[in-house]
Design a protein around this ligand. Structure first.
Ligand SMILES: Cc1cc2nc3c(=O)[nH]c(=O)nc-3n(C[C@H](O)[C@H](O)[C@H](O)COP(=O)(O)OP(=O)(O)OC[C@H]3O[C@@H](n4cnc5c(N)ncnc54)[C@H](O)[C@@H]3O)c2cc1C
Length: 220
């Protein structure tokens, strides 16, 4: 998967290169050669920038963490306790956490990770409830759903990879177990590409994750 380097391909335009800001290094470039936001994890399109310590700590140069540590030390030694509860209320104030400028509001559009997690949840759960003995209608509709993904999945880079692996490893919609395993293997192919651990594709493990929950009843 191509990612942006210091200078994006688009910044080499001869018209006015200096007006185009450099892309974040982790931004994924789509098949059209343009930055693909839905192919990129949010943390890569808005990478954190370490601010100088002084600026982060505010005017007194003391961070929230340092304030908390000092307060805890005072309490531990006894010197932090006020003589009476009224005085305590007036002298001890909880440190106000600094707002995280990189935190995303809940209602933002998804990034590649949120979209991926939601899609896998839908696909694995649908496979977990697919019939053991599917009718022709079940098979046809499931095949249509899966074959639509390389065409319609919004992360174009992901869709292209999926289309390629589906050519060499076509969907098996012959039963619930076969479909669940096929999806698991597709997901593992992505996991491997992203350097993540592979999942155990036995039907027992898949059912535990996507249908029944663990035997200890923690999800009941
Ligand atoms: C079709 C498709 C293609 C994608 N291609 C790309 C891509 O090219 N590049 C990219 O950056 N991202 C891609 N993604 C997104 C990526 O797969 C992840 O969804 C995303 O990185 C978030 O990962 P996660 O670690 O939260 O867990 P996810 O990988 O989303 O997994 C969610 C949960 O599924 C379970 N799980 C994990 N592996 C398996 C498995 N093999 N079988 C069953 N259950 C499993 C685990 O319990 C896990 O917590 C793709 C997503 C989809 C649906």
């Amino acid at each position: 998967m191509a990612t942006a380097t210091e200078k994006p391909p688009s910044s080499s335009s001869s018209s006015n290169p200096s007006t185009k800001p450099a892309l974040p290094p982790g931004m994924v470039i789509g098949p059209d050669g343009k930055p693909c936001k839905i192919c990129t994890a949010f943390r890569n399109w808005k990478p954190r920038v370490d601010k100088p310590q002084q600026a982060q700590n505010g005017a007194q140069g003391v961070s929230g963490q340092q304030k908390t540590a000092a307060m805890m030390a005072a309490f531990a030694s006894g010197t932090g306790f006020a003589a009476n509860s009224q005085q305590q209320a007036s002298t001890v104030t909880a440190p106000v956490p600094e707002p995280d400028p990189y935190a995303r509001p809940e209602n933002c559009p998804p990034d590649v990770e949120q979209l991926g997690r939601s899609t896998w949840t839908f696909l694995h759960t649908t496979a977990a409830y697919y019939p053991d003995k599917p009718t022709m209608a079940h098979r046809v509709n499931m095949l249509s759903l899966l074959r639509a993904l390389p065409v319609l999945y919004p992360c174009s880079v992901c869709a292209t990879h999926l289309g390629e692996t589906m050519k060499t490893h076509p969907p098996d919609v012959s039963s619930r177990a076969a479909l669940s395993r096929w999806l698991c293997e597709q997901h593992n192919e992505v996991n491997e590409r992203l350097g993540k651990e592979k999942f155990d594709c036995s039907i027992e493990k898949l059912d535990e994750r996507w249908k029944d929950g663990p035997a200890d009843g923690s999800c009941d």
